[in-house]
Design a protein around this ligand. Structure first.
Ligand SMILES: [Zn+2]
Length: 233
């Protein structure tokens, strides 16, 4: 009896240990693996649908599929996201700004669960489904860009932030009327004079995104897609 009880306690402890140390559950989809924790079980299908629709947008815009599968990690809270970014970026005390909710490179997206944006983020709302889909599409365009760029996950693209962020902003539909209007209103103010400085300040998404829009309209989609392969060797 005592032995049985001891075994029960032991298996309970092992289960708790696994739960604490292995919180991720995985579901495989057509081109990606979705990794999420128990807190997001009831939202995972909605996230997966948004990711799949973002993949369609990437394929439609670029005319190409992703060259390889990738992971999408849905972090249950900002602490989990920060811990991952600290590890990935080698900055032990990195603390993200409230507007930062996701990142994308060739093999993965890290996403703060849209479920918690209301309390743990600013400038983003899960209730706004169109904008949430655009945030996810933005990261998917980063994944596509990183997969076609030999520059080691944007580590060798110094001075090209305007292209990396401008492409994801424009292609995902985030260069919306409000952003264009914001640019128009600031056109007579002092704006950055170099492309390198476009990814700075309050208007950075508008400045970078509209530059990529200009390239797309003036020189055409093949030229824009070709630019994505450039990096600093
Ligand atoms: Zn971005």
């Amino acid at each position: 009896m005592l032995r049985l009880m001891a075994m029960r306690i032991l298996s309970c402890l092992i289960f708790t240990f696994l739960l604490v140390n292995e919180p991720w559950q995985t579901e495989k989809f057509n081109q990606f693996d979705l990794l999420y924790t128990a807190a997001d079980v009831s939202f995972k299908n909605e996230y997966a649908t948004m990711i799949s629709s973002g993949i369609d947008s990437v394929e439609k815009f670029t005319g190409h599929s992703f060259s390889r599968r990738f992971h999408v990690y849905v972090h249950p809270d900002r602490k989990s996201l920060d811990t991952q970014w600290q590890k990935d970026w080698g900055v032990d005390d990195f603390k993200s700004e409230c507007w930062m909710v996701a990142s994308g490179i060739s093999g993965k997206i890290d996403l703060l669960a849209p479920r918690v944006w209301k309390d743990q983020a600013c400038e983003h709302s899960f209730a706004d489904k169109l904008k949430t889909r655009q945030v996810i599409a933005h990261e998917l365009f980063h994944v596509y860009h990183a997969q076609v760029n030999p520059g080691n996950d944007f580590n060798n693209v110094a001075g090209l932030d305007w292209l990396v962020e401008g492409f994801a902003t424009y292609a995902s539909g985030q260069l919306d009327t409000a952003r264009i209007q914001g640019l128009k209103e600031s056109i007579n103010q002092k704006l950055p004079t170099s492309l390198d400085a476009f990814w700075t300040g309050k208007l950075k998404y508008g400045l970078a995104g509209s530059t990529v829009l200009f390239i797309d309209k003036k020189f055409g989609r093949p030229v824009l897609l070709n630019l994505l392969t450039h990096y600093e060797s």
